[in-house]
Design a protein around this ligand. Sequence first.
Ligand code: CU
Length: 364
Amino acid sequence: MKQIPASLLTLTAGILITLVSLWVGQHHGLLPEQASEAAVLVDQLFNVMVMIATALFLVVIGAILLFCFRYRRAPGDEDDGIPIEGNLPLEAFWTAIPAILIIGLGVYSVQVFQEMGGFDPGSIHVGHSMIGGAVSHAMPSHEMHAVPQGSVAMMAQAPDDGAIATDATADLLADLPEGTEPPATPVPRYGFGANAAEEGHTPDLVVNVTGMQYAWLFNYPNSGIMTGELHIPVGKDIQLNISAQDVIHSFWVPQFRLKQDALPGQSSGLRFVATKVGTYPVVCAELCGSYHGGMRTQVVVHTPEEFDEWLQQNAVAQQQNPSQTVAVNPAELSDRDYLSPYAQEMGVSDQVLSQVLAQVRSRS
Ligand SMILES: [Cu+2]
């Protein structure tokens, strides 16, 4: 029987390895569901890396197994192996392949980072407002040049009041007279900014996030809401201003494929769009003390209507004036103030109520 030529075998092996690697790259099932726009970009990069890793694994392990079998010791052969040393073309080949792969992956990952808005967040400390470009042409051209191209420069336009930007806000800003700049707002110096599509737009919602041993606190500056879990509307442009109270923590939502360090005394930014309604875990990804493992909460992605409802309910529950929130916080009232409305309803006179209260006090 004639031998099959080695080149033909190599070609077949190459095609098979390529097909298997392509398949594994798409079907590895290693990642949780995608719930943000950034997740798609990160996963594409990850899939390419899994594909390359699979191909390398098959080539290396395949070669080892093949050589073990093909060049195994023949029975009765007690000789040493042939002393082969130095093969310049082979060495150049196995140096060039990883170099090309690493440079390629490096360029690709930087591109993904840039698309996610990862560059240049701290290039300016206070921002010029440019809402949807409405105000931008009101600015003198030399000032336009002063604003860096980096996406995070645009984060500067985040309203610090955490409001969902309404059409009314946009109209108001669009009506500003020529040359007028809306008040400057401090910007986080580190973190992810807006991606290319969101550049030049104010985020729809700003939330201040504080990490502390061992919990996350979320503050909605405009409505004054303070919660232990993050609530956001789906499909909206969200800006988180993250900081820490004690040590370094790290705000990580695996389903969003986003992670940002929380630094004491230094705000960092994270801007993203959630794409799927649901509840996802928030994990602290920085070993921050003995109970670091328990530093978890969740992010609830609502439909815009549900989010408005949540916002209203919580704004009422957390109102500052206790007299308007008797039902929520009766502990703030004296016994008399608390009981008066009920006494009136039951036809008990003020005098009787005073006597009853005096008796209760004397007994306690
Ligand atoms: Cu932590």
